[in-house]
Structures are given as structure tokens and as C-alpha cells.
Ligand binder design. Structure first.
Ligand code: BES
Ligand code: ZN
Length: 444
């Protein structure tokens, strides 16, 4: 591994650019400035745009007629670090051990973004012209649902016009197995607040006379699934779902990753999910409802006989083509309202959302990307979909009419969004080469 590249990665990882945390706003901005300086140093034309949220950084080479225009997207914001006590080293003091660099954002997405930037820097530094018209688009709000990026694209659809988008922000099915992702799940988030009495009550004096919001929230959460079939019980939830194709089921069943690996990776006592589907099918090709947070009442040591005044529930739905987040949110709202137990009130706040994405992996750009993966890693890529979401990808299709090539470098045990997130340095080096080969293949 080139020491200068590693030092650059370490610098980038030191910014605590946590987009959801308002106290980190200055750090997110400093991180954008760091990217601006780096891109200018590479000789690109750079623009930093402030938004109502975090900045967008754009950089272009000289665009000329007769070459394809490729947009490379990445995000420089990161998820929060808690629980901090579970990190073996401070999350913003990058630590190298073996082939891995440990830091928040190392895989998701700074390491993968930087591999593209360094690939481009190296091509330019070698005196070669880049083979394509290139636009880098780096945002600081992906981890909060990219709320300001779609309007940004719409306003600048002329200057951001491109033939294809490339992103490294997805996974590889196993170390050394190049992976081309042709689908992502969408997402819809909802937050509920249930209110009962005007304040916490003694559960002996008042228990039995009024409804308990903690019990009510448990009923609501439980109403979302048919536990025996592992299916979501919201009316209309599956209406828009496009069934998995047989070739996908066959191809995924043959991957060096399946139920056994899922069990090991998650450390769960057993697998569980929708009846009739493998774990890969459940996570990549089927929709889900998840409770991301639930809270009410006394959580401290011992017992406290309280009847809590309030309860909270944070939900997210992962969606597949052709489910529409707005429709799912409306169906979920109707379900929650009709299943609300008596004696409590409910506030429903709609959170961020993004559409699912799927593309034909065999179109000309897809094949070019797969050739680049094959020549970088020395074997033919696996074709997969992913369970995670990158909300702006479907907007690239709708606003810019461009397909997205998803060339992920994340390993299954990278710990994205979790303590001890890490990035494989081998994949970092491979990503730099992949960028160079990708641009050549897309130009040919
Ligand atoms: N890189 C991930 C998305 C991802 C993860 C794709 C794993 C494929 C496999 C991205 O940074 C992310 O975490 N997205 C969020 C979006 C949400 C906060 C709107 C997600 O999927 O939870
Ligand atoms: Zn993420």
C-alpha cells in the first residue's frame, strides 16, 4: 500500500463528519473543504455549494464532445459513533491493524470515495488525459436520506447531465470476490409518539384505570408482522412488489455467501424472516418492516412501579421495486391508526425516504463495469442486489435519466454503522485501480 495514499485516507477519516448531529455541522463543512482542496490540487474545476443542510462538492475535468460523461458519486458524511464504549480505538483516530484500517466512515463511504479520487489523481499525474468527461458529486447528507440532493440535481440537471453514474458504496459478497450490484432497496422511515396520562403515574394507585402507553406501543409494534410467516401485515404492503426472477434466485443460491454465513456474521441464535425465501432473498429482494427504536418507562436498575406517560417508536421499511415510499408511508399510517389501542393518542412523523432501484446488469455500461471489476480482481464478478439504500440512486435515473453502476468494496464484516467499522487496505488499493480501469472501459 502506497504510504502517501494511506496518509491521505487517514487525514480524511479524522473529520467527525456526522451528518445527523447538529453539533458536528462545522466538522462536516471542514470535511467538504478538505475535499475541495484535494480536488483542486488534482487540477479539476471545483465548486462547493451550500444547501439548507450540508454542502455538495462538484468537480469536473474539461468536458469535450465525443466522450461519454461519467458521474462518480460518493458521500463524505458518516453515521454516529455510539455506543462509543464498544470501539477498541477512538472512531476518528484511524487505527491500522493487519489489512484493515479502523475508523467511522472508513468503508461507508470515505475509503471507497477516496479510491475513486486517488485513481483520478493518479491518471492525471501520470500526464494522461482522463478518457471520459468526469463529474465528481460528493454530498454530506446520504446518511440522513439526502434531503437536499434531489432538488440540487433538478436545478442543475443541465450542468449535471451524464451518460452513467458510478458509485462505490455497496458490498462485496466475500473477500476477493468482485461484486456488481444491480439493485438496492428503498427506505421509508416513520416515528411515533404515544401519549397517555399528563405525567408519569404510580402504577399501583392508577394502574387499571388508564391505558399504559408502553403496552400500547408494544401492541402496535407487534401488529406489524405475522410472526409465524414472517410477513408484514399492512394492507397493500406487497401490492407493488415485483417477484424475484428465477435467474436471480439461482445465481444467488450459487454465491459463496448464504444462510450459514448470515448466521455467523450476525451472531443471531437462528435465522428468521419471510417464509419461503433464503436470507439473501429476504434481504436483497423482499421488503421488510423493522423496529429501529422503541422506548418507554423505567430502564434503570431494579424495578420502579411507574405507569409511563409516553412511549416512542422508530420504524423503517425497506422497499423493493416497484413499491413507492409515499404509498407505503400512507398504508403504514392507516395501519397504525387503525391498530392504535384505546386510551392513548398518537403523533406520527414521516421521516426520510428513498425509492428502490434496479437496473439491467447486462446493458453496455454494466458490461463495461463488469470488465473493469474482472480485470482488477482477476475473476468474473458476482451479480447481486443489496439490502441497503442509497436514496439518490433512483433520482439519478428519474432526474438525469442515467443508470448507476454500483461497484462496492465493502466486506461483509466491515462493521458499517457499527462500532469498529473498518476498511480493507487491499480493497482500498484495488479501488484505485478499479477507478482507472472503469473509466477506460467506459470510454471504449
Ligand atoms: N452504503 C450504505 C448503503 C448500503 C449498505 C448499500 C450496504 C448496500 C449495502 C449507505 O451509506 C447507507 O447506509 N444508507 C442508509 C440510507 C438511509 C439512512 C436513508 C441505509 O441504507 O440505511
Ligand atoms: Zn451508510
Amino acid at each position: 500500500m502506497d504510504q502517501a495514499d494511506l496518509d491521505t485516507l487517514i487525514e480524511f477519516l479524522r473529520f467527525p463528519s456526522i451528518s445527523t448531529d447538529s453539533a458536528s455541522k462545522g466538522h462536516v463543512n471542514d470535511c467538504a473543504d478538505w475535499l475541495v482542496a484535494r480536488l483542486q490540487g488534482a487540477g479539476l474545476d471545483v465548486e462547493k455549494h451550500s444547501t439548507a443542510g450540508h454542502p455538495v462538492v462538484l468537480a469536473k475535468n474539461g468536458h469535450r464532445a465525443g466522450r461519454p460523461t461519467v458521474m462518480i458519486y460518493g458521500h463524505y458524511d458518516v453515521q454516529p459513533v455510539d455506543p462509543l464504549e464498544l470501539w477498541d480505538h477512538p472512531p476518528f483516530e484511524p487505527h491500522i491493524e493487519g489489512d484493515r484500517i479502523y475508523a467511522r466512515g472508513s468503508t461507508d463511504n470515505k475509503g471507497q470515495l477516496l479510491a475513486h479520487l486517488l485513481g483520478v489523481e493518479k491518471t492525471i499525474a501520470s500526464g494522461k488525459d482522463l478518457p471520459v468527461n468526469l463529474t465528481f458529486l460528493f454530498e454530506g447528507e446520504e446518511e440522513i436520506g439526502s434531503p437536499h440532493l434531489e432538488p440540487f440535481l433538478t436545478e442543475r440537471r443541465g450542468s449535471l447531465a451524464c451518460d452513467v453514474v458510478a458509485i462505490s458504496d455497496t458490498g462485496m459478497v466475500a473477500p476477493g470476490v468482485p461484486t456488481f450490484t444491480y439493485g438496492l432497496r428503498g427506505i421509508a422511515c416513520i416515528e411515533l409518539t404515544l401519549k397517555g396520562p399528563k405525567g408519569d403515574l404510580h402504577s399501583g394507585i392508577y394502574g387499571g384505570a388508564v391505558a399504559n402507553p408502553a403496552t400500547a406501543v408494544a401492541h402496535l409494534a407487534a401488529s406489524l408482522h405475522d410472526v409465524t410467516k414472517g410477513r408484514v401485515q399492512i394492507d397493500g404492503f406487497y401490492d407493488g412488489v415485483v417477484p424475484l426472477e428465477q435467474w436471480e434466485r439461482d445465481a444467488w443460491a450459487a454465491l459463496p455467501m448464504g444462510d450459514a454465513e448470515m448466521l455467523t456474521l450476525t451472531g443471531s441464535p437462528a435465522l428468521y424472516g419471510e417464509e419461503g425465501y433464503s436470507s439473501l432473498e429476504r434481504t436483497w429482494g423482499r421488503p421488510t418492516a423493522e423496529v429501529n427504536g422503541i422506548g418507554s418507562g423505567y430502564q434503570g436498575e431494579g424495578s420502579k412501579t411507574v405507569l409511563p406517560a409516553e412511549a416512542l417508536l422508530k420504524l423503517s421499511f425497506r422497499l423493493v421495486p416497484d413499491q413507492d415510499p409515499a404509498e407505503i408511508m400512507a398504508q403504514a399510517k392507516a395501519h397504525l391508526e387503525s391498530h392504535l389501542p384505546p386510551g392513548v393518542t398518537m403523533d406520527i412523523a414521516m421521516g426520510h425516504h428513498g425509492k428502490p432501484y434496479k437496473v439491467d446488469p447486462h446493458n453496455a455500461y454494466g458490461k463495461a463495469a463488469q470488465r473493469a471489476l474482472e480485470s482488477t480482481f482477476g475473476k468474473a464478478p458476482a451479480l447481486i442486489r443489496e439490502g441497503g439504500s442509497i436514496p439518490i440512486v433512483q433520482s439519478f435515473k428519474e432526474v438525469l435519466e442515467a443508470d448507476t453502476l454500483l461497484l462496492g468494496l465493502a466486506l461483509p464484516d466491515c462493521g458499517a454503522h457499527a462500532p469498529n467499522e473498518n476498511f480493507s487496505l487491499e480493497n482500498f488499493a484495488a479501488g484505485i485501480q478499479l477507478n482507472q480501469r472503469l473509466l477506460e472501459e467506459l470510454a471504449s
